[in-house]
Design a protein around this ligand. Structure first.
Ligand code: SF4
Length: 278
């Protein structure tokens, strides 16, 4: 275990108690976190509707890997099985100073806006191993190809096409999400990300960053159970603030509250945080 994490473990208990007593109510602590993050990182706002199937597939590809890896796999799939161009513009992807895709700023919604989608009927006709080969850069290619194919096949059975919006119109959003969540590899987080990015739903999906940071801040105490974090967070959040919290926690988790060596000395939340390291 890295030295800094060992130190965190040794010093965690008294600090945890001190910070908890400073703002003992988890909801009040959450509101302070929301305000501090927005003061320092801005208030991200939803940038409008996107194709829900594209967001869903990108989100499946992003499971257990970084967004840049998911983007690479998606681009490879679209390059090998291209659909007719729709005028999307790669210039919409955020770039760092070196001209590479910005790993901190990249959002899956950027990819859905900037990258032409693959030809879904041809993707659906692939065998699981053939699709796995095309999305290998995202990792876990066998399970991800099975999830993507299950979603495509379900959608085609339900609507005769490959528009998730058509299924939502015909069946209702809740019914579509319930059907998708019954498919292997499509869980609460994947559905939540699809809903907020494609439709602007007022939810804060719980990915690895959101889960880690909320536990470190003792806003929740949910061990490894991300779905429990989502369930506890939902009623604590004021209406209309979930999108900003989700995106700011992603940025914060990628740049400051890193999984292995958090930059507690530079952290604007340190006074609130029972897990801070000296
Ligand atoms: S980076 Fe901030 S939020 Fe994360 S553990 Fe350190 S003090 Fe807490």
């Amino acid at each position: 275990m890295p030295a800094r994490l060992t130190k965190l473990k040794r010093t965690g208990t008294p600090r945890r108690q001190a910070a908890k007593s400073a703002v003992a109510d988890p909801r009040k602590r959450l509101l302070r976190v929301l305000a501090l993050l927005e003061a320092n990182l801005g208030t991200p706002v939803w940038d409008g509707p996107k194709d829900a199937l594209e967001v869903l597939v990108l989100t499946i590809l992003s499971q257990n890997t970084t967004d840049p890896n998911a983007l690479r796999a998606y681009q490879n799939l679209a390059a090998k099985l291209p659909a007719a161009p729709t005028g999307k513009d790669l210039a919409l992807l955020p770039r760092d100073a070196g001209g590479n895709v910005d790993k901190v700023k990249l959002r899956l919604s950027d990819a859905a806006r900037a990258v032409e989608a693959p030809d879904w009927p041809r993707v659906a006709a692939l065998s699981p191993p053939a699709l796995a080969e095309l999305i290998r850069q995202a990792g876990l290619p066998q399970s991800k190809s099975a999830s993507i194919l299950a979603a495509l096949h379900w959608l085609h059975r339900a609507t005769g096409g490959y528009r998730l919006e058509a299924a939502m119109q015909a069946m209702g959003v809740e019914a579509v999400m319930a059907a998708l969540s019954g498919l292997k590899g499509i869980g609460v987080k994947t559905i939540g990300v699809t809903l907020i990015e494609a439709l602007g739903a007022d939810l804060c999906p719980v990915d690895t960053h959101v889960h880690r940071i909320l536990n470190r801040l003792a806003i929740v105490d949910t061990g490894a159970n991300r779905d429990r974090t989502f369930a506890l967070l939902k009623p604590m959040l004021p209406a209309g603030r979930a999108f900003a919290l989700h995106h700011n926690l992603l940025t914060f988790g990628r740049s400051v509250c890193l999984a292995k060596a958090p930059h507690c000395g530079d952290c604007v939340l340190r006074r609130l945080c029972p897990s801070r390291q000296s």
